[in-house]
Design a protein around this ligand. Sequence first.
Ligand SMILES: [Zn+2]
Length: 292
Amino acid sequence: MAATDVIAEAREYEKTWPGELCKGGGKRQSPIDIQTNDVVKDFEKLFIKNGSLKFIGYNRVLMTGVNNGHTIQLSTDGNEDMHPRVSGGPLKHSYRLEQLHFHWLSEHSINGIKYPMEIHFVHIRTDLKVAEALRRKDGLAIVAVFCNVQAELTDEQRESTEELMQYIPRLMSVGDSFSGLLLDLNKLLSPEKESYYTYLGSLTSPQCNEAVVWIILDKPIYITDAQYRLFGKVGIGRHNFRSLQPSRQRQVFVPPDSFLTTPRIIVVVVDTFNVVREFFRNVTRYIADSFS
Ligand SMILES: [Zn+2]
């Protein structure tokens, strides 16, 4: 199975989704391809009006993990007042973390290149209930973190993901779940939280509500090849990314002090291309064999 087949398969699957917004009727759908030459460094505070991003309470988070057949999702437990919060940057309000989940391959792409994985930290405006947040243009804030794959990790790279990855083997079958995980989510975010892309978009699954302020951290975290292969065996065994949506002249902003240097991006692209090619050779073959 080649990469183009997998993307065609994603498009075919999306035709079964309900609602106009999911079927091309929207104006600010996600995910999109981000062209780094077109992003606006927001010196004039056109969009990034609220200083630096602030992540509060991410260091000790009580969560429940579940395999729901589409992804592995970790939801925050306990009193909403105790949930981690994000504010600042493009966010006018404070947002509480509800859950995080995984997409493989990544949903967003940078200059047409996808990462092997993207993690979404889904936050709801603290002053709104979920149902109301889904109707507002800025009801949700989703922080996205790209995940890259290497055969061997440095100590620093391993440190950022091993705490979470140790639980993934316990969530391999649909319906698997367990509670009481105490995680330091700071480690998962990214080593550089002030280097990000931000734009107005939508949920990437039904009902595709156009209610999301996207914050996409620019620097990836890392997992091993062996860990990545586990995700290929989760649940229904298909990729779980939505296909790219038209950008429709939407502006993507970056903080004025972010360093989106070309050499770094080239390094990432070369790595990712090889990793993804490897992925399709190995994991996808596994999936095809297991489910055909
Ligand atoms: Zn997602």
